[in-house]
Structures are given as structure tokens and as C-alpha cells.
Design a protein around this ligand. Structure first.
Ligand code: IPD
Ligand code: CA
Ligand code: CA
Length: 258
């Protein structure tokens, strides 16, 4: 199944690449910051057609078209273009993210960093890979020496889960902070040891499924904000190399008391 997953993730990535900086239609979703383009939809359509042809019995949970065949043993969790705001503004960091779950547990994942032509992937028990080469989280155990990454949900103006306070305190506690604009790529950068940690609130299952699995297969840790193992439906994601996890939890806990 992993070969087919990689094939369609790359194919969808090529659709996205061809669509970049062309004249496509853009619509608003929940608010003026939350965009969907014709290319998001084109990519998703190709992925769904592929699954229907290759695995007609499988279920689908896709960002733009929702759920189908929800009781099937296998579920494909699809973000056809992760980083739409970057895409729409011509900033070349965005991906295609697809995870496959079997009876509610992720068994394969792929994230394609489109403009860098990097395929991150993982299969249950076999580790995580970047363009076929094994990757691993880093060994850093000091939050002060950490480079962190985060993202903001489309309702950040309401400060959900004290996200803005957590952000301020993490900036102060770490060496630096980045905001790439694509959660699936954020996860993969932790998986390969570039970033030491990543957190975000109100992500959706399609933002999380493949990336979380790739981090776990790379030896990293993904929980909620108090350290409980989290599902792809969790409203809080804390992801790290494992070694700075508790230090990050402390900052979050302090921020929610403020
Ligand atoms: C978004 C990106 C972004 C994150 C947002 C997501 P989209 O996904 O992953 O990094 O901060 O919370 O919604 O809408 O571009 O698929
Ligand atoms: Ca997304
Ligand atoms: Ca998306």
C-alpha cells in the first residue's frame, strides 16, 4: 500500500506544482483568512479518484469534500494542499499530506514538500524516510538551545487555548521560533531533526495524520498539552524530539495559568 500512497501523493503534488502562480479561482471558507483554491480541489479530486479505482472498499476523510465510507477498515486522511495561504501568496512552502489508518490506527503516511521535491514517508514499524533515506529526530535536550516551530489556526484572533500567551512564552524560552505555514511540513522538520519541537491548537485530522505518524516513526513524541498521547482528532498538538517535551509542557502549563 505504501507504494501506491507515494505514487498518488507525488501525482497530487505535481498538480499543485503545475498550478502554482497560475490564474486559479480562490474562495473564502470560514473567514477572509481561510482560503481554498481551485488547485486544492483539483488535487483532492485526483487523490479520491485514485483511491476509488485502486481501493474501492476504503474510506476517505478529505479536507475539501468530507467523509465517505466511514465504517471501512481502512481510512485515507487527506490534505490535498497543506499551506494554502502560502500557495495563494506565492510563498513556496506547501505540501500534500496523506495518512492511511487501519481500524483507527495510522499505518502509513506521506507528506510531499512540493517545491523542494522532498517526499517524507513512513510505514508502521519501519521508521521514517526523506526521499528514501532514513531520518530521525535530533538529540537536543535543552529548550534554551531549541529551534521551535508553530502555526496559528484561522480563529487565532479569539486566542483559543491561550495560543498567543503560549507563543510569547515559547519565544522567550527557546533559541528561536519559525512559522512555516504548513503543519504537515512542520511535523516532518521535527522528524528529520531540523526543529526540536512543534505545537499548534485546533489543527484538523488531515493536518495531523501523516505528519504525526512520520514523527513517531522517526523516534519523536506527539501528545496533547499535558502529555497524554493524542489522536488525529485532538485539538492540541505538542510534538518534539522527546527530550524537550516536558520542558515544553511546563511552558504551556505556566501560560494557561496566566
Ligand atoms: C493550515 C496549515 C497551517 C496551520 C493551519 C492549517 P491549510 O492548513 O497547516 O500551517 O497553521 O492551522 O489549517 O488550510 O493550508 O490546509
Ligand atoms: Ca492543512
Ligand atoms: Ca489544505
Amino acid at each position: 500500500m505504501i507504494d501506491k500512497l507515494l505514487t498518488i501523493t507525488k501525482e497530487a503534488g505535481n498538480i499543485v506544482k503545475e498550478g502554482f502562480q497560475t490564474d486559479y479561482k480562490v474562495e473564502y471558507k470560514t473567514n477572509i483568512s481561510n482560503l481554498v483554491t481551485e488547485i486544492d480541489k483539483k488535487s483532492e479530486k485526483a487523490i479520491i479518484e485514485f483511491i476509488r479505482k485502486e481501493f474501492p472498499g476504503h474510506g476517505i476523510l478529505a479536507e475539501e469534500s468530507g467523509a465517505a465510507n466511514e465504517n471501512a477498515e481502512y481510512q485515507w486522511v487527506i490534505d490535498p494542499l497543506d499551506g494554502t495561504t502560502n500557495f495563494a501568496h506565492g510563498f513556496p512552502i506547501f505540501g500534500v499530506s496523506i495518512g492511511i489508518q487501519k481500524n483507527g490506527k495510522t499505518v502509513c503516511g506521506a507528506v510531499y514538500h512540493v517545491m523542494n521535491d522532498i517526499m517524507y514517508s513512513a510505514e508502521q514499524g519501519s521508521g521514517a524516510y526523506k526521499n528514501g533515506k532514513k531520518i530521525h529526530v535530533n538529540e537536543n535536550d535543552s529548550l534554551e538551545k531549541s529551534l521551535l516551530v508553530t502555526g496559528f489556526p484561522y480563529d487565532i484572533a479569539d486566542n483559543p487555548h491561550n495560543a498567543l500567551t503560549i507563543f510569547t512564552n515559547m519565544v522567550k524560552a527557546s533559541r528561536g521560533m519559525r512559522r512555516l505555514g504548513s503543519a504537515s511540513i512542520d511535523f516532518c522538520c521535527v522528524a528529520e531533526g531540523i526543529f526540536d519541537g512543534f505545537w499548534e491548537v485546533n489543527l484538523q485530522p488531515w493536518d495531523i495524520c501523516a505528519g504525526k505518524f512520520i514523527v513517531e516513526e522517526a523516534g519523536g513524541k506527539v501528545t496533547d498539552f499535558i502529555g497524554t498521547p493524542s489522536s488525529i482528532f485532538a485539538p492540541q498538538i505538542l510534538c518534539s524530539n522527546g527530550k524537550i517535551h516536558n520542558a515544553m509542557i511546563e511552558i504551556i502549563s505556566k501560560s494557561t495559568e496566566e
